[in-house]
Design a binder for this molecule. Structure first.
Ligand code: NAP
Length: 254
């Protein structure tokens, strides 16, 4: 894969500012490392301040921590304002923070559906809305939405709310691309299959948590760094190229 080499200092993202939600673990942390490694200044957003501080210490001046609960609209908007105020602009928004709440439609508490849609879909829309004016003013920017293989292969039993939220991201990304392309703003959807992360750990029900955790730690799953590499590929293409989507699955678990 070819990456753009146009940044200052030979690093493709030198001079660019990125904001990554859910940067305290898993795919978000790996993406923050990848973007910082390519020269970007990365604003790390999640609720666990101590995790963000540790990643900041690891990445040095390339990273700034901004602890926030982005499911709260005001905090999501404030995170974008923080990035623009502290770093002068926002070039790349990675909507990565997400949750999964397994359960059948027949039995699941609708509050779990709402929490899933609030973070996985509506927060991504709010963050995009907050970031667009600055991107428009600079005639460019990139919004990356982390979706899932659950939006490519429909219908895992017990996954309705998660899969529906990720299908919504497909539609959101497509609409955003049409709304923003003329302004030079790119939109990419990343659809990873099962990736070894902590995503099961926040599931309240112990049995569902244990079952998904076993699945997440199967041999031969993707690693968070594999997904981060896909994000890096998309954001380092020449500005004329919009990588619409990247669908990754573990070779042995297609
Ligand atoms: N792992 C997989 O197999 C897989 C596959 C396809 C897609 N994905 C997607 O990848 C994304 C990242 O998940 P992951 O697997 O890397 O899981 P993870 O390690 O649990 O990461 C989720 C991140 O989201 C953050 N987060 C959750 N709620 C938040 C909130 N209200 N405000 C701010 N941050 C919040 C968490 O940080 P705090 O708890 O510190 O807030 C954490 O950093 C999700 O969108 C997920 O759906 C994962």
């Amino acid at each position: 894969m070819r990456t753009e080499q146009a940044g200052q200092g030979g690093r493709p993202l030198a001079g660019q500012v990125a904001l990554v939600t859910g940067a305290s673990s898993g795919i978000g942390a790996a993406t923050a490392r990848a973007l910082a490694g390519a020269g970007a200044t990365v604003v790390l957003v999640a609720r666990r301040a101590e995790r963000l501080a540790a990643l900041c210490a690891e990445l040095g001046p390339s990273a700034v921590a901004h602890p926030a609960d982005v499911a709260v609209e005001e905090q999501a908007r404030a995170a974008v304002a923080f990035a623009e105020g502290r770093c002068g602009k926002l070039d790349i928004l990675v909507n990565n923070a997400g949750i999964i709440r397994p359960g059948t439609v027949e039995t699941q508490d609708p509050r779990e559906w709402r929490a899933t849609f609030e973070l996985n879909v509506l927060t991504a829309m709010v963050l995009a809305q907050a970031a667009i004016p600055g991107m428009r003013a600079r005639n460019g920017g990139h919004i990356v939405n982390i979706s899932s293989n659950a939006a490519k292969i429909p219908g895992g039993a017990g996954q309705a709310s998660y899969a529906a939220s990720k299908y919504a991201l497909t539609a959101l990304s497509s609409s955003l691309r049409k709304e923003l392309g003329a302004a030079g703003i790119r939109v990419t959807l990343i659809e990873p299959g099962t990736t070894v992360t902590e995503v099961a750990e926040s599931i309240p029900d112990p049995q569902r948590r244990a079952a998904l955790d076993r699945h997440m730690h199967r041999e031969h799953n993707l690693e968070a760094e594999d997904v981060a590499a896909a994000v890096l590929y998309a954001v380092t293409q020449p500005p004329r190229v919009n990588v619409n989507e990247i669908w990754l699955t573990p070779t042995r678990h297609p």
